[in-house]
Design a binder for this molecule. Structure first.
Ligand SMILES: [Zn+2]
Length: 383
């Protein structure tokens, strides 16, 4: 096992900013573009690690720092020998700093307060106050032991205007420096594996703030660059605009990660076409759970791809009664276990009855589609 992190540009698309990167981590290699399924609470809803591997996942977002601090607690993860062993995922893993979760909590008011010192929240069961700051977040991520860890940041709200964006940016930059300081005391995980540290660009929807943040983050010469904020992945036109602002200043040899992108396969095609390498989103499994199954054709157009369907939003809503006697698979040419073996009528029945098998089979299909789109993008760039 190579105990190092390394990323390199393999090939660029001849006319678009899309590219294939090779990323080497202590737990294996990842070829990008690559979608990272999200195992927020040290598991993927309804999927085993084997399901993920069989459907093309080389890297996941495993065990979010906030959730792991709450339960099972860092002592349990350390005793297990880290998150890879704890959740049985032995390939590459990224974790996040907890910054986004505390931001979401703080929007609810009294549950969590964020100030210059970090986030302070009440443990939902014991009531004990937990302080999450750049130092404790990095320490927790060392115990989680992911191959890629994230600097502690403050997510920029989309409602606070320029002042709130500037505040979040200042804090993110200050916390980045203390995150680096903590990480550099020992760049390995608690189990001796080299960890890569990514910095996060904030700045909301303001071009000058985004550029200012990018320059600051890039100056630190980190292993990879993430683009964060409430807007990313949520508002795709704005996300694309922000990527266009930043791309000219992003170096070729560093991984580029848009945090929270992946509501639909087309979102992946869009950000990769603009030069992004990795992304994560809870949407594919959440959509599946709610009966929303990706449906479309990956078509080649002008040297790039599109995901198109005659259905609404490139999805089938399996609860609709029109599927009750439909013997076709979700998609004819999908190739996933679900589409190879089961009809829409069967999935409609499982969904309506709330049977557990539905959640497993639907999650397989949606994750498979996300990875299939990534595989197609890699093929077209490498061709
Ligand atoms: Zn399928």
């Amino acid at each position: 096992m190579n105990n190092h992190y390394h990323s390199e540009l393999v090939k660029k698309h001849p006319t678009l900013p899309a590219r294939v990167m090779r990323m080497q981590t202590p737990h294996g290699e990842v070829m990008t573009p690559h979608f990272m399924p999200v195992g927020t609470r040290a598991m993927l809803n309804y999927l085993t690690p084997e399901d993920l591997r069989q459907n093309g996942s080389q890297i996941i977002l495993g065990g979010n720092t906030y959730h792991m601090l709450v339960s099972p607690g860092m002592e349990v993860i350390q005793a297990a020998g880290g998150m890879h062993k704890f959740m049985g995922w032995h390939n590459a893993m990224l974790t996040d700093s907890g910054g986004f979760q505390v931001f979401s909590l703080s929007k609810k008011g009294s549950v969590c307060i964020i100030d210059d010192k970090g986030a302070h929240f009440k443990h939902p069961i014991t009531g004990k106050i937990i302080h999450l700051n750049s130092m404790t977040s990095i320490q927790a991520q060392k115990i989680i032991g992911a191959d890629i860890i994230m600097a502690f940041d403050q997510c920029t709200p989309e409602t606070g205007g320029r002042e709130a964006a500037l505040d979040a940016l200042d804090r993110t930059h200050r916390w980045l420096m203390t995150s680096i300081e903590e990480h550099e005391k020992n760049p390995n995980s608690a189990y001796g594996f080299r960890q890569a540290l990514f910095g996060i660009i904030q700045g909301g929807s303001f071009r000058d703030l985004r550029e200012q943040s990018a320059e600051f983050v890039l100056k630190q010469n980190l292993d990879g660059i993430a683009i964060g904020g409430e807007v990313i992945g949520f508002d795709m036109p704005k996300t694309m605009e922000i990527i266009e602002w930043l791309r000219p200043i992003l170096p070729d040899n560093k991984m580029r990660y848009t945090m929270g992108v992946g509501l639909d396969p087309q979102d992946l095609i869009d950000v990769v076409g603009a030069g992004i390498d990795i992304f994560d989103c809870v949407a594919p499994t959440r959509n599946a759970r709610h009966g929303s199954l990706y449906h479309g054709k990956i078509v080649e157009r002008d040297g790039w791809l599109a995901f198109e369907s005659e259905m609404d939003n490139t999805r089938i809503h399996i609860k609709k009664s029109i599927y009750s006697r439909d013997d076709q698979p979700i998609m004819d040419d999908c190739g996933c276990y679900t589409c190879n073996n089961f009809s829409r009528a069967y999935l409609h029945y499982l969904f309506k009855e709330g049977l557990i098998a539905y959640f497993h089979l639907s999650a397989i299909h949606n994750i498979h589609m996300m990875q299939k789109v990534c595989t197609k993008m890699r093929e077209i760039i490498l061709r």
